[in-house]
Design a binder for this molecule. Structure first.
Ligand code: PBG
Length: 332
């Protein structure tokens, strides 16, 4: 191949006006790219702002329904629901996770009744329900037990599918959980319930504000979640995680956090033919907002640029707290 060179090659020609920049744009954003995470709290007609996530609140179920309808109108295909479980219901074994009348199940039913066409994604992990804040259950020495956790997580997934959840999203990082959940779904007549596995989920400090939002895990001692979530130093291992989850029956995979891990999204999408989603997590949202509040960054511009970067990296879609705002802006 002969490469043309200066002056025949002038890359600035196709940047010289808006119309041509639009014509040669390689990636675009649309509302259909977003999954909107929402936090559910108890009570009614309640909107409870989360200090470390400016613009994001916990909503009681009646208000979650309002948010879901708004998301649907904006063209956002799915929401992800996360409960803030009252402390009085938290136990060492996280058994509130399998209560079919828990906050998240009631929210799923209410949204499905009022807005049947929006997709609902629910986390499978015990951290909103355990008094210690881990995603699984503990052994005698405080270690996180893999197989015993998987047993409970399967029951949690069943409870969510029973409530009407469309996409089960295991975020617990136990080994073998996708296979166990898939087996349960097949055996229970839920062959169309999807699994979006948090396949490459890193032990990240960027989850801090989320842990405030659901009131779990800020106080984890010792190794924190490092014995199950991935080491931020690793990248080959992410491909092994993704390969395992696909083999176990995942329909979609996720990389999390987002912006600091764009290289992982690119490697996953280059290596596998499966939709790969990115989670722009709470700490990323907090960081961009804090700088914007100080006047150091242009909020709308960094929101757009950061989300477009996920598409460029190969993501099929993005879980982002900016979803509604960005969708509104795109519709203007
Ligand atoms: C629960 C879970 C977490 C997030 C999503 N699901 C926190 C964690 O693993 O500690 C983080 C999302 C965010 O920070 O926005 N397992």
């Amino acid at each position: 191949m002969t490469e043309s060179h200066f002056p025949y090659l002038r890359l600035r020609r196709t940047r010289s006006a808006g119309f041509i920049r639009n014509m040669v744009q390689e990636n675009t954003l649309s509302a259909a790219d977003f999954i909107w995470p929402l936090f559910v709290c108890d009570g009614s007609n309640k909107t409870d702002p989360i200090a470390s996530m400016p613009g994001v609140s916990r909503h009681s179920i009646d208000q979650i329904v309002v948010q879901a309808k708004m998301a649907h109108q904006l063209g956002i295909p799915a929401i992800a629901l996360f409960p803030k479980t009252p402390d009085s219901l938290k136990t060492a074994d996280g058994r509130e996770a399998v209560n079919d009348k828990n906050l998240v199940c009631e929210a799923v039913r209410a949204v499905k009744a009022a807005c049947p066409d929006i997709g609902i994604v629910c986390d499978v992990a015990l951290d909103p329900y355990t008094d210690h804040g881990h995603d699984g259950v503990l052994g005698d020495k405080g270690e996180i037990l893999n197989d015993a956790s998987v047993e409970i997580l399967v029951e949690q997934a069943r409870t969510l599918a029973d409530a009407g959840c469309d996409i089960i999203a295991p975020s617990d990082m136990m080994d073998g959980r996708v296979l166990a959940i898939r087996d349960m779904l097949e055996a229970s007549g839920y062959e169309n319930v999807m699994i979006m596995s948090y396949a490459a989920k890193y032990a990240s400090a960027f989850y801090g504000p989320f842990r405030d939002a659901v009131g779990a895990g800020r106080k984890l001692g010792g190794d924190g979640k490092k014995t199950y979530q991935m080491d931020p130093a690793n990248s080959d291992e992410a491909l092994r995680e993704v390969g395992a989850d696909i083999a176990e029956g995942a329909d979609m995979v996720m990389v999390k956090p987002g912006m600091p891990y764009l290289d992982i999204i690119r490697r996953v999408t280059d290596s596998f033919n499966i939709p790969c989603f990115a989670y722009q997590v709470s700490g990323e949202y907090a960081m961009l907002n804090a700088a914007a509040e100080k006047g150091w960054l242009d909020r709308e511009a960094v929101m757009h640029e950061s989300l477009l970067a996920f598409k460029r990296a190969g993501a099929a879609g993005i879980l982002t707290y900016f979803a509604a705002e960005m969708a509104e802006k795109l519709a203007r």
